[in-house]
Design a protein around this ligand. Sequence first.
Ligand code: AMP
Length: 190
Amino acid sequence: MGPPGAGKGTQAKRIEDSYGIPHISTGAMLRREVERRTELGKEVADIMNRGELVDDAIMLRLVRARLSEPDCREGFILDGFPRTLEQAEGLDRILRDQERGDVIAIDLVVPEDVLTDRLLKRKREDDTKDTIVRRIAVYHEETAPLVEFYERRKVLVRVNGNQSIADVFSEIDRALTNKLQRAVSPTEGD
Ligand code: AMP
């Protein structure tokens, strides 16, 4: 979790390399559809360029299919999904259907001015000033409430995203190791 520019993609890649589980970026999946000019790509191109969210049913269909692939058997790292409460509830249904354990949610916390700065330097097609402003607003409206959703479930880890890439990763790595150990051998209390 974390707003646009928080470093989700960068950190997800490092988790992929270090834990040997696939990095699943729903944004990258959609951009691929747009490049290939598939039916889905044509349907979502404008939405993405405006910085709006693609329909929940479409996203859930994509993610359900991707998570059934064999490389996801031992786990996976989702980047940019879920982004709405509907998607989070859908993800729970998928995990239940596939008889998997619970998620660990990582929230990358970064001050707003740092975010805009990073995004303006990034140079992706949908990183224009207007789109960035819209994407940050959509994040606050639709996605930020999910932090509380996962916090209530005690699966949320907050990480300071305003430090070097290596330091952010060490913090994530420590938190993940800790959570995964607890999942294997739960101890009393917190
Ligand atoms: P991202 O690469 O995660 O910043 O995603 C780029 C764009 O793809 C977003 O601004 C949305 O238009 C779309 N998108 C990616 N993931 C999702 C999602 N989980 N739900 C809805 N739209 C998404």
